[in-house]
Design a protein. Sequence first.
Length: 230
Amino acid sequence: MTQATDPAPPRPGPLRLLVWGGAALMAGLSLIAGHPVVALGAAGAMALAALLPLYTWVSGIVMPRGLATGILVYCLCAFSLGEAAGFYAAIPVWDMALHFVASAVLALVGVALALLPTAGAAPRTAGWILGLLGVGFAALVGACWELFEFSIDAVFGTNAQRSGLPDTMGDTAVNIMGASYGALAALRRLWRGTRLPLSGLLVEFCARNPIIYGAWSGRRFPAHVRKPRP
């Protein structure tokens, strides 16, 4: 087991305490009020978000600050508000917004994975290749999710895909748009230093894990990388 590079994380801020406390309160009050689905959604959201610090404890890989809380908020929006509270039906763009954000973050994960061979140093390939790998990773996860929804509908008779093919195609289109934004945000942050929303997750992850990104300098990548001599 590797040692974490950030063994003493900062104390939780008031916003983080508010989010986690609100999720616990939602689970408890929903259970008392006789809404087990809402309670299960809130408890499940907390459990999923807690997997991130658990992974850090097991692996020593330090995640960006606030990412676990962000996952909790996302899961609450998807499970408790989207499914149990009916936001998916009441707000047509609710599902699209969640797909967009998730795909953008997954594209950042894909770019981070693509930087592993160079340990965080500037790659010898063009930047758009990293972006393509990021979009491809996000699209793969998105396709697996749609397959999962189709499977649970077929096995359990649920209605996760709602309108069927139109819902799947719409989700796929939004996934690609979100992934494209995430990849673009990553490339502009790495090569130009542009601070687009969510791009900070990538640079903070690389900076906090020198054990796998030992060549990470925190500086902008050069516009042109000299090719090795034959």
